[in-house]
Design a protein around this ligand. Structure first.
Ligand code: FES
Length: 168
């Protein structure tokens, strides 16, 4: 809780930068997401107060645009490129395989906080399409068949995986 209070104190410099006009709502939300990796609920309430808006209006904007995240990123954050080259090379199938493998939908974080999944635009290495990025490491020429293997080292870091293995 203390940590959360300290974190939210960082909002004041964001508020100072953008001022309290209504048109600042989206830039402020983008800045908060950059700072925290997602939009904490308490931060959204503070934004509403600062901009003199109803909390439901801020919530409405935060949930309307899919670039906003309402949950923190997992320890292992996976980005799936959905730029044109990756899409044409089967990126959608790779994304679906990851969703099945991790029991997650894109934009979600696993309950144990280990994994999160995001679709992103071109990351600039189209020659290697389709591409995913796990913890900033690029996995080139992906296919649905490579998904399970590529996740193995990260699964072994997962506390729930270790716990499950202990019970087996
Ligand atoms: S489209 Fe995926 S890296 Fe360019």
């Amino acid at each position: 809780m203390k940590q959360q209070e300290e974190d939210l104190s960082r909002l004041s410099s964001i508020f100072e930068t953008y001022g309290n006009e209504r048109k600042g709502l989206i830039p402020i939300l983008l800045e908060i997401q950059k700072e925290f990796g997602y939009l904490p609920k308490e931060a959204l309430k503070k934004v509403a107060t600062f901009l003199n808006l109803k909390p439901i209006e801020v919530w409405g904007v935060a949930t309307f645009y899919n670039q906003f995240r309402l949950t923190p990123l997992g320890k292992t954050h996976i980005k799936v490129c959905m730029g044109t080259a990756c899409h044409l090379a089967g990126g959608r199938l790779v994304l679906e395989a990851l969703e099945r493998e991790l029991h997650l939908k894109v934009g979600e974080t696993s309950e144990d906080g280990q994994f999160s999944l995001e679709r992103v635009a071109c990351i600039g290495c189209c020659m290697l399409a389709p591409v995913i990025v796990i913890k900033d490491e690029i996995y080139p020429k992906m296919s649905p068949f490579k998904v399970e293997e590529s996740m193995l080292p990260y699964r072994q870091e997962s506390e729930s995986f270790i716990e499950k293995r202990r019970k087996d």
